[in-house]
Design a protein around this ligand. Sequence first.
Ligand code: ATP
Length: 255
Amino acid sequence: MTERVEDASSPAGDAPLLEVTGLAAGYGGIEVLHGVDLAVRAATATTLIGSNGAGKTTLLKTMVGLVRPSRGRVRLRGEDITDWSVQRRTRAGLVLVPEGRRVFAALSVHENLLLGAYGRRRSAVAASADEVYGRFPRLAERRRQPAGTLSGGEQQMLAIGRALMAAPTVMLLDEPSLGLAPKAVAEVTGILTALAGAGTTLVLVEQNASVAFRVASAGYLLDRGRISLAGEVARLRADPQVRAAYLGLGTAERR
Ligand code: ATP
């Protein structure tokens, strides 16, 4: 297969905030990622698209330290963090919003938020909670309600709110639109667009490329553990393979 990778990293002098180089990882001796290079610039939203099983979740997990790479490095602000624990990465601001939201159903909305702020100073936690409630008034209205009683869209909002409680430098989101009703997908897209617009650095894994391309400015296509295409979103959007496989469009059509 011809690789069509172009350099999506930042211009010289503008070092990436988060960078992986030559990253290989897998499970029980089966390699899933075969040498991935990816660079995320500060204050940008970068999307990672790819089919089922391409390795998108594995790549996010390797970046936050839940999966150990067999080769390659992960760097945050130029510092090699490959051997750091998950906790140390979280404290440095690398925060994952996992697939399936993973809120604690029996705990209240507020208790779920506090879990995201583990280890932070009490005054900082209160300020972050105020900020999250200001951003998501529906969570404020439901702050004492068990998280399990929230709708899917509200639970995603809570999962994003919980990540914001950690004061993220980079927020990594795994399929935030998955399994949501169209109205909730639109709402989550709006939330992510607002976060990106406010300068939060996002890495967004999505199978729904139309969501991904609305939020992100740059992106990567992961194909069976390898990056096969990288660049600005306009470039990905114009690619025939992406149009056919991820946008359900023919090559001749224009959106
Ligand atoms: P999806 O969109 O389906 O979530 P993905 O691109 O996120 O796909 P991964 O979840 O990273 O892909 O999975 C990549 C490969 O690794 C798949 O073949 C999957 O079966 C395998 N895999 C994922 N997690 C594990 C695990 N915990 N143990 C063993 N194999 C795993």
